[in-house]
Design a protein around this ligand. Structure first.
Ligand SMILES: O=c1ccn([C@@H]2O[C@H](COP(=O)(O)OP(=O)(O)O[C@H]3O[C@H](CO)[C@@H](O)[C@H](O)[C@H]3O)[C@@H](O)[C@H]2O)c(=O)[nH]1
Length: 508
């Protein structure tokens, strides 16, 4: 069955989408919701004031007419304590969002009645929205399972990666065996079809494992998990995890794991053809400084360096990194985020030109003057995807955030993996040890930072040696796999069809 046949059957089924209120999480939910809307489902999308403008821009203003008509935005108040919580303290943020339960119950009650919702921000006509058939909520909103149960509809979880999911599903057992927060003897943890996970590679949230164990436990009750990945990329891990779930589930309805990503394909336009995907992307005209600088560099010569939206290096690490980069002699485009001089709201705002002196203090003396012909240091929001697609880019030094990893694979760019926290260490294992498309960075046990010599070594290895070429070939093959999976008849499309099939016999 093709996805189109399926969607015709379920046209109009109404789902409630509830992302965790943080930027990276909305970034996962927004393209997914757009894809559901384009396929004919109606969606009530829950957001919060800090994210309302972005959500509205992406889901309503920059969306096709049909998709726009199918999405309704509802804005929840964040619990008062949320503002007090340090944005990097996810455990505290998760605890606070528990207090949104009443708002969700109130919304669900209203949605179950015809024309029950009046606080519609995006002006879709209420009559198009029948009673919701499921809640799709985020990984840190496990309590939404209670609400789904109360309203007798299934909960699905939208999740980044199969390997992290496998760890979450295993936490219940690890906890029962007394292996958390870390096994006492420093032993590794075993999850299905993945190399043993060393204690140092566990997500840094685990030192407070209670909440994550709870997240994992509630996943056993979900109807399914929709993963922002591709079956072919992690087939053994997905099959192994599904097998483990079948074996240990005590419920009649066993949760289904469906890879339906990568959602980035919802955000890009490209023409069909035999050339690599990065050559077929279509971007709007952009006068961005990075792209202008790149256009003057030789092909495949530039290392792109970016550590995502949250992570920053301490000053000593910046110095070591910069000296290794300079010693490598490789051209670079480095998106630098440092704590702003004037301690702004989140302390991580991109710095402005007036902060030049403050910026220079993060580098070895005169580094910026010495490297000005070799590299560009960029301190604002960079057009990462367009940069990765640029023919002058030869490698990507990344913190292994999942979006960066999928973008790099899709653009066929080999990586240097420098994970910092959360799921990033597991993503490195996937890229380095399983897919062989990234080189790891090593830190001496006795050092607190990665030394400049190591930075120089790994950069040269990727950019100048045969090893880099072999990885480039591999990652270009995977780029085709990703494109095929998300295209017509591909595995991600078929999995979406399976997800839709749940409602095909219902009448709307
Ligand atoms: O200057 C910039 C910086 C980032 N990006 C984009 O921002 C996203 C960054 O996402 P990601 O690579 O996943 O990094 P984080 O923002 O750090 O993501 C958080 O969320 C990810 C997905 O759940 C996790 O894998 C990470 O560990 C977690 O830090 C990507 O799409 C980038 O293209 C830009 O376009 N320009």
């Amino acid at each position: 069955m093709t996805v189109d046949d399926t969607t015709r059957m379920i046209k109009g089924a109404h789902v409630v989408a509830f992302p965790f209120p943080a930027g990276g999480h909305l970034a996962r939910f927004i393209p997914f919701a757009k894809s559901l809307a384009r396929n004919g489902l109606t969606i009530t999308f829950i957001t919060t004031i800090p994210h309302l403008a972005n959500a509205r821009r992406a889901l309503v203003e920059n969306n096709s007419f049909e998709a726009r008509e199918n999405i309704r935005l509802v804005c929840f108040d964040l619990p008062a304590e949320y503002a007090e919580v340090n944005r990097k303290n996810f455990i505290a943020m998760i605890q606070v969002t528990n207090n949104m339960r009443d708002q969700l119950c109130e919304l669900m009650t209203a949605l179950m009645k015809p024309n029950g919702v009046t606080s519609d921000i995006s002006q879709s006509s209420d009559s198009r929205f029948g009673p919701p058939v499921c809640i799709i909520s985020d990984m840190f909103l496990a309590w939404t399972q209670d609400v789904a149960d109360e309203f007798k509809i299934p909960r699905y979880c939208l999740f980044p990666t199969p390997h992290l999911l496998s760890l979450l599903y295993s936490l219940r057992d690890f906890n029962a065996q007394g292996l958390l927060p870390v096994p006492a003897d420093g032993k590794s943890l075993e999850i299905p079809c993945f190399p043993p996970i060393a204690p140092s590679d566990l997500p840094s949230n685990l030192p407070s494992p209670g909440l994550l164990v709870y997240e994992g436990e509630r996943l056993w009750e979900a109807a399914g998990v929709l993963v922002n990945s591709v079956y072919e990329l992690e087939s053994e891990i997905i099959d192994g995890l599904q097998e483990m779930i079948f074996k240990h589930s005590t419920r009649e309805q066993v949760p289904k794991i469906l890879a339906v990503g990568p959602f980035m394909f919802e955000n890009i336009q490209f023409c069909q053809g035999d050339q690599p995907l990065r050559q077929r992307l279509q971007f709007a005209q952009d006068n961005n400084e990075c792209l202008h600088w790149l256009s003057k560099q030789p092909e495949s010569s530039v290392l792109f360096i970016c550590f995502g939206t949250i992570s920053v290096f301490p000053m000593q690490q910046m110095h070591e990194f910069a000296s290794g980069l300079e010693a490598s002699g490789v051209r670079f485009l480095w998106v630098v985020k440092i704590p702003a001089a004037s301690n702004t709201v989140n302390g991580l705002s991109p710095i402005t030109s007036t902060d030049q002196e403050h910026l220079a203090s993060y580098f070895p003396k005169s580094f910026m003057e010495r490297t000005k012909d070799k590299g560009l240091i960029y301190t604002s929001w960079a057009p990462q995807l367009q940069i990765l697609a640029h023919p002058t880019i030869g490698g990507f030094l990344t913190h292994c955030g999942w979006n960066s990893v999928t973008e790099s694979i899709a653009m066929g760019v080999p990586m240097i993996a420098w994970p910092l926290w959360a799921d990033q260490m597991l993503n490195r294992v996937l890229c380095v040890d399983i897919l062989h498309i990234a080189l790891p960075v090593h830190k001496n046990f006795k050092d607190t930072v990665v030394r400049g010599e190591e930075v120089e070594r790994v950069i040269r290895l990727l950019m100048e040696e045969k090893r880099g070429q072999a990885m480039k070939k591999k990652v270009e093959e995977l780029s085709k796999v990703l494109e095929k999976a998300s295209g017509p008849g591909g595995s991600s499309r078929r999995n979406l069809a399976l997800f839709y099939e749940t409602w095909k016999k219902e009448q709307y």
